[in-house]
Write a protein that binds this ligand. Structure first.
Ligand SMILES: Nc1nc2c(ncn2[C@@H]2O[C@H](COP(=O)(O)OP(=O)(O)OP(=O)(O)O)[C@@H](O)[C@H]2O)c(=O)[nH]1
Ligand SMILES: [Zn+2]
Ligand SMILES: [Zn+2]
Length: 263
């Protein structure tokens, strides 16, 4: 996670991180007198502190979302799996039944928020600049900018990355991980952490599965092995195939029907 990719570099810790990175190849077998030895320990403590602060703020978000009766999804995937395409269609086709808003994170540009706003629904862009994931604090701030009156579903499109976002709780109700047919069937095996944390795995771009030689059976087997807890849905955000099952899933989660009385 971030201690490897350095995405948590902030003005407060940049000095320590850059000094540490310039000594990346250190063997830890050397003397404790070495002036740079402690930096990796400091860095680990720093990351633990960042994560535990994030966890506290995520709990606060969770309380806020519960008080507002909001169902919140955190959507994670590699860049280009089709998160925005899935959400564009979802906002267009589901908003009449289930009023929704989106917070979207990218390193740069507000392209995704612009795409999503064309649906007529609210979309707030967070530009993370150097961070390759969203954090709970940024979600709390972005949420303040939304008019939540009547909104039942808040969807967070995380930064395209299968590694770091998995470590950051945002206070979401459920996690959705997207895997597209162009990425290969082995991704659940290579990135198990994110798949293990998923409530739902959506297999996207099924319209081009055949063209790209996607092995559906193997992909499903890999997902079921790594993420047996997850509901699996197969869709094409482009053609709309399978999207009704996704909407039915969401409606069922957000607006559970009272059980029918048996006479
Ligand atoms: N054929 C096909 N293409 C798709 C589908 N979903 C998305 N795409 C295309 O895949 C590309 C990437 O889609 P995006 O929605 O931008 O992907 P993303 O996950 O939001 O990307 P980042 O925000 O950069 O992480 C675009 O060219 C989409 O049109 C699909 O179901 N089928
Ligand atoms: Zn990172
Ligand atoms: Zn996107």
């Amino acid at each position: 996670m971030c201690q490897d990719c350095g995405c948590s570099v902030t003005p407060a810790n940049i000095r320590m991180t850059s000094e540490n990175q310039s000594h990346h190849d250190h063997s830890h077998g050397h003397s404790h007198e070495h002036p740079h030895h402690n930096h990796s320990h400091q860095q680990i403590h720093l990351h633990q502190a960042i994560l535990s602060k994030n966890d506290r703020l995520a709990e606060r978000n969770r309380g806020f979302f519960a008080a507002k009766n909001l169902f919140v999804l955190n959507i994670l995937s590699s860049p280009g799996s089709g998160k925005t395409a899935l959400l564009e269609r979802t906002l267009m086709e589901l908003s009449d039944r289930l009023p929704a808003a989106v917070i979207v994170g990218d390193l740069e540009t507000d392209n995704d928020a612009q795409r999503l706003r064309r649906s007529g629904q609210q979309a707030i862009q967070i530009m993370t600049e150097s961070l390759c994931h969203l954090e709970a604090e940024a979600i709390a701030q972005a949420t303040q900018k939304l008019d939540l009156t009547d909104i039942q579903l808040l969807i967070i499109e995380n930064v395209g990355n299968l590694v770091c976002p998995a470590a950051y709780d945002l206070g979401e109700t459920q996690r959705v991980v997207l895997l597209s047919t162009t990425e290969g069937e082995d991704k659940p095996l290579k990135y198990p952490t994110v798949f293990k944390s998923a409530d739902v795995v959506i297999l996207n771009k099924i319209d081009i599965a055949e063209v790209v030689g996607f092995d559906r059976d193997r992909a499903l087997e890999n997902i079921r092995n790594i993420a047996p807890q997850a509901t699996i849905l197969e869709v094409s955000a482009r053609t709309g195939e399978g999207m009704e099952q996704w909407y039915a899933y969401l409606q069922h989660q957000v607006q559970p029907q009272p059980e029918l009385a048996v006479h």
